[in-house]
Design a protein around this ligand. Structure first.
Ligand code: MN
Length: 424
């Protein structure tokens, strides 16, 4: 596939994250105006809410779909509507296509908003949030640190995608600051735990899959893939010292309850089609209901940058989504096996994505090997875990022939812990 040309000139640059091939969905506001649905094209946002009001985009003939600032109502309409909207937007934005916008100077000036003038909001109402642990290199690294190389992967790991139910209420959009949490910690040097600000605050480089079609009861891997609407970058902020003390036997709880940041644009499954790739070779054959039924991972380059307060950013990790052992479709299929309904707006975190080499590790826990091997930033500063004032950013793009499908940054700065979390 090659670059599709748009009359929005900035969309045609080879390094533009939002060419016509992409068309990711988000929610934005511009100045005092209420938040609206939009699609990114080049360095602009096309105001989908306005186009529906003006009758240029008709998704449902009876009711407006984009009169609320989130994409859940549209997702709920199903795959035919998803395909139809993408086709209509493509026609409207193609160089030489339908000139309903390009040929109407007044509408064009009102419908296109510069991304630099816009504030981004949560693109969906997250109905529920689950996070997995499905990157083999990450699980092996963490397991080696905590249990030794012999017991690195738990015995179930190669047979089911391990996960835990997280908090939808803690999911926030890129650009929102994250405050260092307090929690119960137990230092190996002390007999008793203490309630203190987290000292080992960390990131997890992940992708998030968004469920666009609900289900009630077990679904196949193919059905699960069909039900996924799109993908975002996801940072699962993690308090490692809280996690180490609390995680047995029921898994992470408060360590993961501070915040989960997602990138503002939902990149649709349709935009990622040319980049599908297979999961890695299987050590054990998966049980039939979890077996791969086609390429369901994606070739997406990922990286992480860390910028100390007021200083330049250093790239601290570079890897690829194709390193996952389980696809989001397999995770979603597994999630439904015991009968749990899945809802439109369900968010599934992939699990930390790490590659086989040191520079491909998707968390500071791994990069600093449990805090024992500090890394040196380009500024000369050392880091084991995140410091107050650090800005952490995830970047992602699928690279095509003369174009790329970008995700938009997934960023957040670390604020210092409150002096007293119970002060009233
Ligand atoms: Mn995670």
């Amino acid at each position: 596939m090659a670059l599709m040309k748009s009359w929005v000139e900035s969309a045609n640059a080879a390094d533009c994250p939002f060419p016509l091939n992409n068309l990711p969905y988000g929610v934005f506001s511009n100045g005092e105006d209420e938040a609206r649905c939009g699609v990114a094209i080049g360095d602009m946002i096309l105001d989908v809410t306005l186009l529906e009001e003006e009758g240029v985009l008709v998704v449902d003939e009876d009711d407006p779909v984009f009169d609320l600032p989130f994409w859940n109502d549209f997702m709920e309409m199903g795959t035919e509507a998803w395909t139809a909207l993408r086709a209509r937007l493509t026609t409207l934005l193609t160089d030489g296509g339908d000139d309903a916008i390009s040929g109407n100077a007044d509408l064009k000036s009102r419908a296109l908003v510069a991304q630099s003038d816009a504030e981004m909001h949560m693109p969906i109402v997250v109905t529920e949030y689950t996070d997995f642990y499905a990157g083999r290199h990450h699980a092996t690294n963490v397991g080696t640190m905590f249990r030794g190389a012999e017991n690195a992967l738990p015995p179930n790991w190669l047979h089911i995608p391990i996960g835990y139910n997280g908090r939808a209420s803690s999911v926030i959009v890129s650009g929102t600051d994250v405050r260092r949490p307090w929690g119960q910690l137990k230092s190996p040097d002390h007999d008793m735990p203490a309630f203190l600000p987290c000292r080992r605050f960390d990131l997890e480089l992940e992708m998030g899959a968004i469920v666009g079609t609900s289900s009630d009861g077990p679904i196949t891997v193919q059905e699960a893939d069909d039900n996924i609407f799109g993908y975002v970058l996801l940072n699962d902020w993690s308090a490692r010292d809280i996690q180490a003390w609390e995680y047995q036997p029921l898994g992470p709880f408060q360590a993961k309850a501070t915040a989960t940041t997602i990138s503002p644009w939902i990149v649709t499954k349709a935009a990622l089609e040319p980049f599908r790739c297979d999961t890695p070779a299987r050590e054990f054959e998966l049980l039939p209901h979890l077996k791969d039924v086609g390429p369901m991972l994606y070739d997406i380059d990922l990286s992480v940058t860390l910028a100390p307060e007021g200083k330049d950013a250093t790239t601290i990790a570079e890897t690829n989504y194709s390193q996952m052992y389980y696809s989001a479709a397999q995770q979603l299929a597994h999630h439904t096996t015991a009968g749990s309904p899945m809802n439109v707006g369900d968010l599934l975190g992939s699990g930390t994505i790490s590659g086989p080499t040191k520079s491909e590790r998707g968390s500071l826990l791994e990069l600093s090997w449990g805090g024992k091997e500090p890394m040196t930033l380009d500024t000369g500063e050392a880091r084991t875990f995140l410091e107050d004032g650090d800005t952490l950013t995830l970047h992602g793009a699928a690279k095509g022939d003369g174009y790329q499908i970008g995700f938009g940054d997934c960023t957040g700065a670390v604020l210092p812990a409150l002096k007293d979390p119970y002060a009233r």
